[in-house]
Design a protein around this ligand. Structure first.
Ligand SMILES: C[S@@+](CC[C@H](N)C(=O)[O-])C[C@H]1O[C@@H](n2cnc3c(N)ncnc32)[C@H](O)[C@@H]1O
Length: 369
């Protein structure tokens, strides 16, 4: 039995998870409020808990409400309807959540622009029942499960089949390690070889789970997945973010790299990059003998990518950067450095955001041979 997360103060890793979710939501909402394509959006928190921790720190549902509040004016101005779905399977916790929502959410002031429904069901039942509804508008889905059992291969398939849907799910990757050899595990994940999990390095279990989910994406499905590993004592947990849209990927990577400027994918130094950085400052080793940090490796890859092509634009660089799991700021810094070194040239200022690269005409970057 998992400990009730809402009966204790949230620990550091949980707070990081909640902050990533909230910061992502803060970036996600305005995209759809401003969009001319949809008048309705939906935010689902399917394992919502009771609303806060034992010290009154807001959990995911109350963070959703306070983020929506920040966009009150634009929601009215753009005449967007926001449906919020909360679900918690334990009745007492679900009742408590409903009370917290009632006390902090001023229904009448929203004039039905924001609709909240609180459910007390098994996630999978509710998800399947609401599935048709989820096809009707853009959604952000948060599945903050305990353990690993809720996002089964079937549920994952349903998630990635949805259009205009971004999702974040949490999983206890260490639980994979513990249960990998049990019959129950085989029922949930019939096609993961237990040895792959049990032989993995502890820090890498979440990445391996991510690769497993990636391998389940059929060709032709555009969903991209990104991890954020969370270490909590001797356990490894993590978030999996999924989206089909580059702008949402860009926003998630900005949030993740803001949380950890060394690797953008963990709440610790997952690839031992800090000693590599220190070596740059204090060792007299030539550049080629030094181990490179994740960001330096990206710069090498980006340079190789540019050299491998006859023509390259900021749009090509934008997609390459997202595929590599880096934020647009890394692309900008790298290209500016290449220009300084006389390796590339371009006219004026070039941006590396979705707006600059995809919405506007792509700008050429010329390799100086
Ligand atoms: C990690 S906690 C969520 C914490 C919450 N996001 C917060 O910020 O406080 C997981 C919650 O999901 C609930 N839960 C677990 N399995 C569930 C299921 N199958 N369906 C719905 N809720 C579930 C648990 O009772 C627990 O309250």
């Amino acid at each position: 039995m998992a400990k009730d997360i809402n009966k204790l103060p949230y620990d550091e890793a949980t707070l990081t998870k909640l902050e990533i979710f909230e910061q992502y939501l803060l970036a996600w909402l305005p995209v759809f409020i401003q969009s001319q394509y949809s008048q309705r959006i939906r935010i689902c928190d399917y394992c919502a808990g009771s609303g806060q921790d034992s010290a009154g720190i807001p959990g995911s549902p109350l963070r959703i409400l306070r983020t929506i509040e920040k966009y009150r004016d634009s929601i009215f101005e753009k005449n967007i309807s926001v449906d919020v779905v909360f679900n918690e399977k334990i009745s007492d916790k679900s009742d408590e959540l409903q009370k917290s929502v009632n006390s902090c959410f001023d229904y009448s002031s929203w004039n039905s622009k924001v609709n909240i429904s609180c459910h007390n069901e098994e996630f999978q039942n509710l998800f399947e029942r609401q599935y048709e509804q989820l096809k009707q508008q853009p959604n952000l889905i948060f599945i903050d499960q305990y353990g690993i059992k809720e996002v089964t291969p079937e549920i994952f398939q349903m998630l990635i089949d949805l259009k205009q849907t971004d999702f974040l799910f949490f999983m206890s990757s260490s639980a994979m390690n513990r249960f990998a050899h049990t019959p129950e595990f085989r029922v949930h994940f019939p096609d993961i070889a237990p040895e792959v999990i049990s032989s993995a390095k502890y820090e890498d279990v979440h990445r391996i789970m991510l690769e497993y989910y990636k391998s389940k994406i059929p060709s032709g499905n555009e969903t991209k997945l990104y991890p954020f590993t969370l270490k909590k004592g001797a356990n490894i947990y993590g978030l999996v973010f999924g989206s089909k849209h580059p702008l949402e990927v860009e926003k998630f990577l900005d949030v993740a790299w803001d949380k950890n400027k060394i690797n953008g994918e963990a709440n610790f130094d997952i690839d031992k990059d800090l000693p590599k950085k220190e070596a740059t400052l204090f060792d007299s080793l030539p550049d080629y003998e030094r181990l490179k940090t994740k960001k330096e490796l990206f710069e090498v890859e980006l340079w190789n990518f540019i050299k491998s092509r006859d023509k390259v634009t900021n749009k090509d660089i934008y997609y390459f950067t997202l595929d590599q799991g880096h934020p647009k700021s890394h692309a900008r810094e790298c290209i500016m450095q290449l220009k300084k070194e006389g390796k590339v040239e371009y006219k004026g200022n070039i941006g590396y955001s979705y707006k600059s690269c995809v919405k506007n005409d792509p700008k050429p970057i010329r390799l100086i041979k």
